[in-house]
Design a protein around this ligand. Sequence first.
Ligand code: GRF
Length: 203
Amino acid sequence: AALVVLVSGSGTNLQALLDACADPAYGARVVAVGADRDGIEGLARAERAGIPTFVVRLKEFETREEWDAALAGACAAYDPDIIVSAGFMKLLGSTFLARYGGKVLNTHPALSPSFPGMHGPADALAYGVKVTGATLFVVDPGVDTGPIVAQTAVAVAEDDTVETLHERIKVAERAMLVDSVGRLAREGFVVEGRRVRIGRLDP
Ligand code: GRF
């Protein structure tokens, strides 16, 4: 399966996928890495791995829809089977999802449906939960609301800060992402309501 990975930051999730894809038995390869901003480590990681990159900057477009359509067009040039939003910090809009809906995966550093949005680790810490984690889901028009593929739990420590908690979540998040993306790539998947069914449906 061909993966396009979207990033906005350090790209450690991307790196975990790149490392996994080095083994042909993994069943997926990263064909391109896209970003919404320049100069980020995620893009540098792709370049070091010899993977093509593209940047689609929101400020270059009059409207959010035009940006969304341009991002979908940039992805389409690489004919992806699956798009992985791995620390991509912008919401994908209806134009993008009309084209790729059901094929876009995102990771969120909390156990959905708790703590959606940009501050999952901080919100979990502030609430005082003792267990949080990460969620892999199929993107829908909401904020971190899509059908869940996998979740992994992480205990909150007494002395955790937002940074220490997020770092521990990210370790679990990367392992979950690599496991699940490989399985989805090898076996195929389909979304039925809120269920993600893994496996080819043809008899
Ligand atoms: C991850 O925890 C992701 O879930 C969140 O931001 C982090 C991105 O990390 N949205 P990286 O860029 O993959 O290192």
